[in-house]
Design a protein around this ligand. Structure first.
Ligand SMILES: Cc1cc2nc3c(=O)[nH]c(=O)nc-3n(C[C@H](O)[C@H](O)[C@H](O)COP(=O)(O)OP(=O)(O)OC[C@H]3O[C@@H](n4cnc5c(N)ncnc54)[C@H](O)[C@@H]3O)c2cc1C
Length: 305
């Protein structure tokens, strides 16, 4: 069985996150990005899981196609939102049928308003920790979970946030992927907290998530996804590039965004991050520019097991 190969070579591997396409045009765009990344040999690619109905069906189908029609190693995100345990088991079965063995287990956010009140499905799970156990009990799956450099927005404090992350790892998760962040010190502090909380679980990889900012609009998206405002120093650099006319200065803003992601990537590599995970929004260009700046290339040898 193929598991994540994030310990397997001296150069730091990278991985990318895709989102489920909402329609046929978006699906075509996703596949263009998939084929571009395929040439760069990511350690794995992950596919988020979210909105209801037909998008969910499409998510399961497209994630399965990543396993059967590409050379990539897919990690399927799975959330507990609006699902009974029976439905969650059947989704895991559907992923397994297409050969997917790597699952990122999440509780998910309330639909519509991510900051709204979380309601557990009457026959579902309350926390990701329970879902980790369910997936592990279903078979030989490699499970990852979410971690939060600044703490999850619902956690009362950083100590309880860390304790719950350690509980997810103890329940059988093999690694975590962080929420995106823009201050590398937050990632380093998370790593220290987890080691202090549980030295055994603290040895498991914490994969940092990066998102290259390509416009002031992406700033809003980044703040929405991370649930936190960007650090003032980062905003200042972007707004300085935008000047009085963000539209006319789009290229300058993008350049600074790529520069920031490159600097963060380099510092994370220097600090021993096990892998760099990029949010791509299904576009390859910005992430591949950052990777090129960091010395990765399409001619890089595949990461061998
Ligand atoms: C890398 C990454 C990928 C993501 N992908 C998706 C995606 O594909 N789809 C999507 O909808 N969302 C996704 N999210 C968002 C995620 O679902 C939300 O942040 C969600 O609010 C928390 O999920 P979790 O798995 O960390 O939940 P949990 O670990 O269950 O934590 C939720 C809250 O409960 C607290 N808690 C945990 N265990 C306990 C306990 N035993 N008792 C009391 N409190 C507890 C935690 O501290 C936290 O505040 C992703 C997040 C990350 C970082």
């Amino acid at each position: 069985m193929q598991s994540l190969r994030i310990h397997s070579r001296s150069a730091v591997p990278f991985s990318v996150e895709f989102n489920p396409p909402r329609d046929a045009a978006a699906e075509a765009r996703l596949w263009r990005a998939v084929r571009e990344f395929e040439r760069m040999h990511p350690a794995f690619v992950s596919m988020t899981y979210g909105a209801g109905g037909s998008t969910r069906d499409r998510t399961v189908r497209v994630t399965g196609q990543l396993a059967t029609e590409t050379t990539l190693l897919p990690v399927a995100h799975l959330t507990a939102v609006e699902h009974s345990v029976a439905e969650l088991r059947s989704l895991v079965g559907a992923y397994a049928d297409s050969g997917i063995r790597n699952i990122l287990v999440l509780r998910g956010d309330p639909p519509g308003d991510p900051l709204g009140e979380w309601t557990k499905h009457p026959h579902g799970v309350a926390y990701a920790e329970e879902l980790v156990r369910i997936v592990r009990d279903l078979g030989d799956f490699h499970v990852g979970v979410a971690s939060f450099p600044q703490g999850h927005h619902r956690s009362p404090d950083l100590d309880s946030d860390t304790a719950y992350l350690c509980a997810k790892l103890r329940a059988g998760a093999e690694y975590s992927i962080t929420q995106m962040f823009f201050d590398v010190d937050d990632y380093l502090r998370l790593r220290d907290r987890v080691i202090a909380c549980d030295p055994v679980e603290g040895a498991k990889p914490i994969i940092p998530e990066l998102m290259p900012i390509t416009s002031l609009r992406t700033v809003e998206r980044a703040e929405e996804l991370s649930g936190r405002p960007l650090p003032a120093a980062v905003l200042e650099r972007l707004h300085k590039a935008a000047g009085d006319d963000p539209e006319a200065n789009r290229a300058a803003v993008r350049e600074v965004g790529i520069e920031i992601a490159t600097e963060m990537g380099q510092r994370l590599i220097d600090e021993g991050a096990p892998c760099l995970h990029f949010i791509t929004l299904n576009f390859a260009k910005a992430t591949s520019e950052v990777l090129t700046n960091l010395g990765y290339g399409v001619s890089a040898a595949p990461i061998s097991a």
